[in-house]
Ligand binder design. Structure first.
Ligand code: 3PG
Length: 213
């Protein structure tokens, strides 16, 4: 049985959590190994494709150096399926108490998605203080995170959505940002072509981004 993680551990392992969409189970293990080789081991595999759970299972089984989590967790059933497949953490695009309870009961670290003050308060009521800000750029970006520093000074965010290498440093420089999330580490064309060296290079660059602690 794997040791239970905290959401803060998930966020502080590296400056970037890759948001991964997989269409072929055969890609899962080499993709995970490529990211780990570049220094990124917290891997969010989104539950957006029919093979996502099988991919999580393959990574959990074959790449012990990686810590695989499930993204796009939208229901208690998603959380249960993800945990059963071997996910060690969950990321959700929004927050519901049902998802919060399920992850708590499963011992699955959860980064709940929020985009408003009310959603932050709802997640906080259930004990969640490490949150994903989604979709970050579209929902207010840096200005929103700065505005939240006053009333929600005890919350740490992982902005995701529209974050790229060019703007990641500005997000990481904020005191209430623990890490960022993004899909740029796993470009669809590189994954389709099996260009794992490119993923390793992107991971290396992401891992070297500065997070002032
Ligand atoms: C997502 O859920 O797809 C993530 O927010 C990724 O967004 P990005 O493609 O803008 O990085």
């Amino acid at each position: 049985m794997a040791v239970t993680l905290t959401a803060l551990q998930v966020m502080q392992d590296a400056p970037v959590i890759p948001v991964i969409v997989l269409h072929d189970v055969a890609h899962a293990v080499p993709l995970a190994r490529a990211l780990v080789a570049g220094g990124i081991r917290m891997l969010e595999v989104t539950l957006r494709t029919p093979v996502a759970l099988a991919c999580i299972e393959a990574i959990a089984h074959d790449v012990p150096e990686a810590v695989v989590g499930a993204g796009t967790v939208r229901s208690a059933a998603d959380a249960q399926a993800a945990a059963l497949a071997g996910a060690r953490f969950a990321v959700s695009p929004g927050y519901t108490p049902a998802v919060g309870r399920a992850c708590h009961d499963l011992g699955l670290a959860l980064l709940p998605g929020v985009a408003t003050g009310s959603e932050i308060m709802l997640a906080q009521e259930d004990g969640y203080t490490e949150l994903k800000f989604f979709p970050a750029v579209q929902a207010g970006g840096l200005g929103m995170l700065k505005a939240w520093q006053g009333p929600f000074g005890d919350v740490k965010f992982c902005p995701t959505g529209g974050v790229q290498p060019a703007n990641a440093p500005e997000f990481l420089a904020l005191a209430n940002v623990a890490c960022v999330g993004g899909s740029w580490l796993t470009p669809a064309d590189a994954v389709a072509q099996g260009d794992w060296a490119r993923l390793t290079q992107l991971a290396r660059e992401a891992a070297s981004l500065e997070k002032p602690r």
